[in-house]
Design a protein around this ligand. Sequence first.
Ligand SMILES: Nc1ncnc2c1ncn2[C@@H]1O[C@H](COP(=O)(O)OP(=O)(O)OP(=O)(O)O)[C@@H](O)[C@H]1O
Ligand SMILES: [Mg+2]
Length: 257
Amino acid sequence: MVSAPPAPKFVVENLSVQYPDGTESLRNVSLQIPPNAVTVLFGPAGGGKSTLLRTFNRLNDLVEGTRYLGKVLLDGENILSPKVDLVALRRRVGMVFAQPVPLPMTVRENMTYGLELAGESRRSKLVRSMEEGLRAAALWDEVKDRLDEPAGALSGGQQQRLCLARVLAMQPEVILMDEPTSGLDPISTAKVEDSLQTIKKKYTVVIVPHSVQQAGRLADWAGFFLQGELVEWGEGKNLFIAPKVKRTEDYVTGRFG
Ligand SMILES: Nc1ncnc2c1ncn2[C@@H]1O[C@H](COP(=O)(O)OP(=O)(O)OP(=O)(O)O)[C@@H](O)[C@H]1O
Ligand SMILES: [Mg+2]
């Protein structure tokens, strides 16, 4: 007997996103994001990748007047509904940005601040989730003896992994990452990429990579975006090895973009 595939974490149906100045940054996009996998959204600048990422935790709402059309279901519930509790949504769907911005506190405090703010006061719980988060982000060995140093004293690559660890400590269900390694050297980049292999066992990961090469390395699933349109969607490395659409092929082989 073949077991049924797991239910998708996100189902996007006919999604269009319009910014208040009339820019239609996504047009009629439909796709499904599977759980416990790395989904890559890639394509040239301005294609709508960040807009889609920011739709998954409604960060686009920070631009007042942004309009959503269509549906985005998280575990079957439409997160575009006006009734959605945005604080609760963002707790379930965490975001790691391109520029790491640790809080001006120690490494330890960076790791416990969010949970404490959310009402957690048990020392043992805070210590455990700090260590788990740092281990999952492949940072523990480098900082375990520096927990009480300011986070700003870490290297750029370490700060980026700290920001990832901080999101993980909140135990979200989905991790969104927008070009998280764009400022990192190849060794730090490899560490972040490696950590994703561990992280995806427990979480749903959606990432905008900083290059086609990185997209190809990471993708369990991938979508190619061009000027607000989802041009092609595929499993594994298929999109990179044997794209079906000419525009995808041109992009992955470096003929444009
Ligand atoms: N706040 C905003 N107001 C108006 N237009 C916006 C806003 N943010 C993004 N856009 C426009 O929406 C389109 C998609 O932008 P988005 O940032 O999602 O693209 P992207 O694929 O992430 O690009 P990049 O690779 O450069 O990060 C672009 O045309 C962009 O100019
Ligand atoms: Mg972007």
